[in-house]
Design a protein. Structure first.
Length: 392
């Protein structure tokens, strides 16, 4: 009896050992979050969809070499090509719904891992200052979290159900040949879905922002949420990193949605608070504002083009601009272009600048009553707009 019992214990121990060894090797080799390194020759990169999560992107960033870093929300992640700044090697650290706390965390990870980091471009969105959304659950289990337990982090990266799930997902996507739209420099390729018309794609975002329970209607702005920007400025000064802050361009239809939702005044206060922080630090940091009405944000489409797919030159939808527009932004920032697009904010001209932007929006609303009425009808319909197939 004792011999039989000992045999059971022996086989049970061996089975457990081989199971642990298999799981360890499986998670280590497939490495869905790049915790165990990055190899540009890895044939599985195209199938690792977790590349854009807080954990995946912060790990990917640690294993790359670059001198220029982009930080911000999905507008940054979608709108900035890694080679957007000529003569630099860039990494796109944009994260969907990124708060300023998370942007600071990403910068700290970059500083710790990149000895050649020279430039940082931080794109500041109003939603980054929503006091309800400063900590994403994904952040807590990533390198962005300064209180992360590293030993537990490595254990979870091998044995957690999450790691196993996404390791298996890599093999499933490989079998189906479903490649991710992310690349190894952090850029997320967001293209207009050709199955839907421009109008329906824009309406989808308009409703998400200004419909019942939308992002503008539930936003809780708080200046304290901008506190991490002070630390970002200080970090860049301490490490001799050139920092540029920018407010990204959103389409005129979304500006109208912000105005209709009663958030335009909040947006103005957001810009004033940003400028106050920048100037209080007495640094060489520049703050650019690319919002407002311009030939790019107020791109005109014919009635027929609204009903076709991907007919907007500058925008994927009313919230996310195409990388082509980022080229115009950097041309202005670096003094290459004199186009009437964007303005560097300064305390002696900010009031006049905000007044001008409000006047330009009001003029746009007068000239585009059809868009104003369309948005009002969309909000009052109280239903999520269906995406409509484009006309040929």
């Amino acid at each position: 009896m004792n011999t039989l019992y000992a045999q059971y214990i022996k086989w049970f121990t061996l089975i457990c050992f081989f199971m642990i060894a298999f799981i360890t090797g499986f998670s280590y080799y497939l490495n869905p979050y790049f915790v165990f390194g990055f190899n540009s020759d890895d044939s599985l990169i195209a199938y690792k969809s977790r590349i854009s999560t807080r954990k995946g992107k912060s790990e990917l960033m640690r294993h790359q070499s670059f001198d220029t870093l982009f930080l911000g929300t999905s507008r940054t992640e979608f709108g900035m090509y890694p080679d957007a700044v000529a003569g630099s090697v860039s990494f796109n650290g944009g994260l969907s719904g990124c708060s300023m706390t998370e942007a600071e965390g990403m910068l700290r990870v970059a500083i710790d891992s990149q000895s050649e980091l020279k430039r940082v471009y931080l794109f500041c969105d109003l939603f980054s200052a929503d006091i309800k959304k400063q900590v994403n659950p994904e952040m807590l289990v990533s390198r962005i979290n300064p209180a992360l337990s590293i030993p537990q982090y490595y254990i979870d990266s091998i044995f957690s159900s999450d790691s196993l799930k996404y390791s298996i997902r890599i093999l499933e996507d490989l079998f189906k040949q479903e490649k991710t739209s992310r690349n190894s420099a952090g850029f997320l390729i967001k293209s207009h879905n050709v199955r839907y018309s421009v109008r329906s794609v824009f309406d989808h975002e308009l409703y998400v922002h200004s419909g019942p329970g939308g992002r503008y209607t539930t936003l809780e702005y708080g200046k304290e949420a901008l506190g991490p920007i002070r630390r970002i400025i200080q970090l860049c000064m301490e490490h001799d990193i050139e920092l540029t802050l920018s407010i990204p361009p959103i389409h005129a239809t979304l500006q109208n949605a912000m105005f209709t939702s009663g958030r335009w005044g909040t947006y103005e206060q957001f810009k004033l608070d940003l400028l106050e922080i920048v100037e209080a630090e007495n640094s060489d940091v520049s703050l650019w504002d690319f919002s407002g009405i311009s030939p790019y944000t107020a791109e005109s489409l014919s009635p027929k083009d609204w009903l076709r797919a991907d007919k907007s030159k500058w925008y994927v939808d009313c919230s996310h601009f195409k990388p082509l527009l980022s080229e115009e932004m950097f041309a202005r920032i670096h003094g290459v272009s004199n186009e009437p697009f964007g303005a560097r904010l300064q305390s002696d001209s900010i009031d006049e600048h905000l007044k001008l932007l409000r006047q330009e929006l009001e003029q746009w609303r007068l000239e585009h009553r059809d868009e104003v009425e369309h948005l009002e009808a969309l909000i009052q319909s109280d239903f999520f707009p269906k995406k409509i197939k484009p006309k040929p």
